[in-house]
Every structure is written in C-alpha cells, then in structure tokens.
Design a protein around this ligand. Sequence first.
Ligand SMILES: Cc1cc2nc3c(=O)[nH]c(=O)nc-3n(C[C@H](O)[C@H](O)[C@H](O)COP(=O)(O)OP(=O)(O)OC[C@H]3O[C@@H](n4cnc5c(N)ncnc54)[C@H](O)[C@@H]3O)c2cc1C
Ligand SMILES: O=C(O)Cc1ccc(O)c(O)c1
Length: 495
Amino acid sequence: MGIKTGADYINRIKSRKPEVWLGGRVIEDIHNEPIFKQPIQEIAKLYDIQHDPEYQDDITHICNETGERVNNAFLFPKTAEDLQKRSKLFEVYARMTYGLMGRTPDFLNVVITSMAHNSWFLDQYNKDWSKNIHDYYTYIRDNDLFLTHAIINPQNDRSKQSHEQKEIYTHLGTVEEKEEGILVRGAKMLATLAPITDEVIIYSFPGFLPGDERHAVAFALPIDTPGLRIICREPMQDGTRSIFDHPLASRYEEMDALLVFNDVLVPWDRVFLYNNVEAANRLYPMTGIAEQPAHQSGVRGYIKLAFAVEVACKVADSIGVDGFLHVQRDLGELVQSVEVIRSLLRVAEYEYAINEYGEARPNPDALETIRGFLPEMYPRAIEIIQTIGAGGLLMSPTEADFNNPELRVDIDKYYGGRSGVTAEERVRVFKLAWDLCGEAFGQRLLQYERYYTGDPVRKRAIYYNKYKKNKNKNVSMVDEVLNNPKHVAIDVVNQ
Ligand SMILES: Cc1cc2nc3c(=O)[nH]c(=O)nc-3n(C[C@H](O)[C@H](O)[C@H](O)COP(=O)(O)OP(=O)(O)OC[C@H]3O[C@@H](n4cnc5c(N)ncnc54)[C@H](O)[C@@H]3O)c2cc1C
Ligand SMILES: O=C(O)Cc1ccc(O)c(O)c1
C-alpha cells in the first residue's frame, strides 16, 4: 500500500456517508453535489500526479519501513535534502492549484507526520498516546488519506475560557470515559474542506487554563463517524457557473464548516491526548506542528502571492496603464513583495536546524516572518488589482453575451484592450481578476490569508515577546555604544 490515484480518492468519497448540512438540507450524494464536484476533481488531480513520471520523483519517495512509494508529506525530515523534497511537494501542489487551496492533503499529512516524529513528547504523559499517533501516521500514510482539522472553538464568548461558556459542552469536551473510548460533545471550527475529506483530526492552539481539562483533548476520526455533524457555511458559488465567467471561483472553492459532535465515541486507539491541560498547551509548540506545516503554508502563500501579482500586471498591461509612473510603483512593490517571501523561504530552508531528536526543522524566524507579512502583502496585492482594474472590473460581459452574434460586434469593438489585446483576451483577464479581488470567493481567500495560522495580532505579539526575552540574554548594541569605554566617542565639544 502507498500512493493512491484520483479515482481511488473519488471512490472513497462515494463510499462515505458523512452528515453534511448545506443551505438547510443534508447532502446525500457528496460526489454529485454541484458545489463539491469541481473541488473534488482538483484534489483528485493531486492524487493522480503522484503516478505521473513528470512529477513522481519530485513529490513521492520509497518508504524505508514498507518499501512502498509514499507521498513526501510522510517523510520524517532528517536532512536538508529531506526539507528540499518536501518543499518540492508543497510547490508542485500549490502550483497545481495556484496557491488558492490552502488545505490540500499535504498540509495535514505533514501535521500528522510531525506529531508522530515527535511522539517522544506524548510519551512523557501517556505511552498509549504516542503509540496511537504512530499507528495513525502509519495508517494514513499507507492508505494515502486526506484529512481536515478543527483546532479553534466556536466564537461564542472569547472573553471566557471554554469551561466558563454559558453551557458546558458548547466548546468540544469529553463527557465520559467508556470501555471502548471517550464520549465527546460540543463544537469545533473551522474545518476547511471537511465534506470531501476522509478523516478529521482535532487538536488545539495553546490557551487552556485549569478548569478546561475536559476540553483538553486531541483525537482523529473518520469523517463519517456517527454523531459527527458538518455544518457548511454559505457557498461562494452554486456549482453551475461557467469556467469562462468565473475561472477561479468555479474550480477552487474550499468549503469551510463547523463540526458538531453529538456524543461521538472516540475509540481509545484514536485518542492522542486527553484530560491534560499542560500537554494540550505544549502540543503545538513541542511537536513541530507549527513549523512543519508553516513550511507548506509559506510555499503555498508564495505561489498565491506570485499568482495575484501576475494578475495585477496582466490587468495593467491589457488596458495600457502600466506606462504610468504610479502604476509602475505599485506593480514594482508587488513584485518585490514576492521576492521578499521567496528570499525568506530560502532562509527557512537553508538555515534549518536539526534538533536533539534528529528532526530537521526549517528556520522558525523566517517562517514566522512570512506568517507576519503575508497577511499584509496579499491584501495589498488585492487592493492594487482593484485600483488598477477600477470600473472595468465590474463591466465584463458574460459568456452568454459573447455567444450572442447580435451583441458580439459591439463586444469586440468596445471591450477590447490596448492595441493587440482582443475583447475576449481582456475580458478573460478581468474576469479572473474579479474572482480574486471582488467575488465572495476572493474575499474568502483574503480572509484565509489573514487567519489561517491564527490571529495575526497575537502571533506578532508572541513573536515580539520571544524576541524581547532572547534579546535580554544577548549583548545590546545600544548598551554597548553608550557604556563600553572602547566605543565611547571622544567628547570634542567639551575638550
Ligand atoms: C478561510 C479560513 C479557513 C480556515 N481553515 C481552518 C481549518 O481548516 N481548520 C482550523 O482549525 N481553523 C481554520 N481556520 C481558523 C483559524 O484558525 C482561525 O480563524 C484563527 O485562529 C482566528 O480565530 P478566530 O477566527 O476564532 O478569531 P478570534 O480569535 O475570535 O478573534 C477575533 C478578534 O478578536 C481579537 N481577539 C480574540 N481573542 C483575543 C484575545 N484573547 N486577546 C486579544 N485579542 C483577541 C482578535 O485579535 C480578532 O481581531 C480558518 C480560518 C479562515 C478565515
Ligand atoms: O501556523 C502555520 O503557519 C501553520 C499552521 C496553521 C494551522 C494549523 O492548524 C497548524 O497546526 C499549523
């Protein structure tokens, strides 16, 4: 067992019956639901290219343990070469989806790999937990499964801890221990792509306090486990819009969902952490599940930013405005922002460190800096597309208009771009741009970039506080220039 095909993935979707709610109804046939059809095809492509000689060596390897070919997301990174192999996988998957799908299978498969690789951490608390994550890693690696995750509590009252919410099981928590496992109840968000995945893993960002014990759990389950209800947000498209009119929104929408656990049984062998506030708070910082997937996020974000920047340049060129100085200034800024992220990724990959457990981790400062700046650079790219495209972004005729011969003459005349750019060429670029910068689809992509890795405000504050702590340990240049006699300047004024 090892790499699977797109058809294998689609067959798994067909055989599962998760309880998915969308627009007030239960979706009986996920595979044939128009809203999910195209995204399923996009994920299937990622499975298929594992078998394509053009990509295979870049994104898969032979597993030492089984001798089977498996995806590079399952590699325990021990060397710089391993990090490069992973980076190549992230880049190939991101290029296939233009960085617009954030939670392709590589993301969570890297999370699971990282947890399993660092199972020494769980060992300190409970040997069963570390065995469970190892077995789970082997299971998803060998069956090449696709996961979603939900690590945030629903936004009820953020001024209170989980155990202080109005009702005790608003945030997901353990109800009781059973012979077969633990019974869990309550909700967790925001599970991207949940309806079209195989499994879900639950863990949490740190933030538990004493009293939150019942909420301090981590586990994984099949997505169609009885009692697990998936409530989808309103779709950004209806699944019937044409690729001509919505070249991106018609293909790359990632559904997001709230997960409600109605007394769901988690078998003991799927429990990775339970009833332990300290372990739950340390899981994220200690098991590499911040840095390793942040490498994926960084590469994917780089491709998405580069794509948006190319769209901005094409919009400007197609209507002949890129000769104006202020437009060149804005486009130059965007091209440089792509270079900043590309350079940070190189630092992350080349200035890696091997920890005492033999795991290679990309440079965390470079990754954290990407996390800090992408949520500013990507919205800026979108804003620049909006200001360069201006009114024209709203004025594109539809595919049906193009197909009507009575209108076509006017369309060809009045919708053409600068010399050499036909009406169809210009309109197609503008429709692409509108999907990114105007449509609800594009607004979600923006929101994703701001929040996929947590609240950017608190992330920056945490980073600053870490810097301050380390800075105090090192020699301060300011103290040195003021106090070190070797560096004190001769006081020429008073001499
Ligand atoms: C499109 C999209 C897809 C996502 N996909 C996933 C996914 O697949 N899986 C997953 O688990 N998560 C996913 N996330 C969720 C993501 O992890 C959260 O959005 C993120 O952690 C922020 O949490 P929140 O949205 O609950 O915002 P909140 O934490 O509620 O923040 C709301 C506002 O209040 C402020 N605030 C709240 N609490 C505090 C505090 N204690 N101190 C100071 N300020 C505070 C914040 O600064 C912010 O301005 C996704 C998010 C988006 C937007
Ligand atoms: O922080 C990152 O950039 C990567 C990331 C995002 C969301 C997660 O759930 C996670 O474990 C890691």
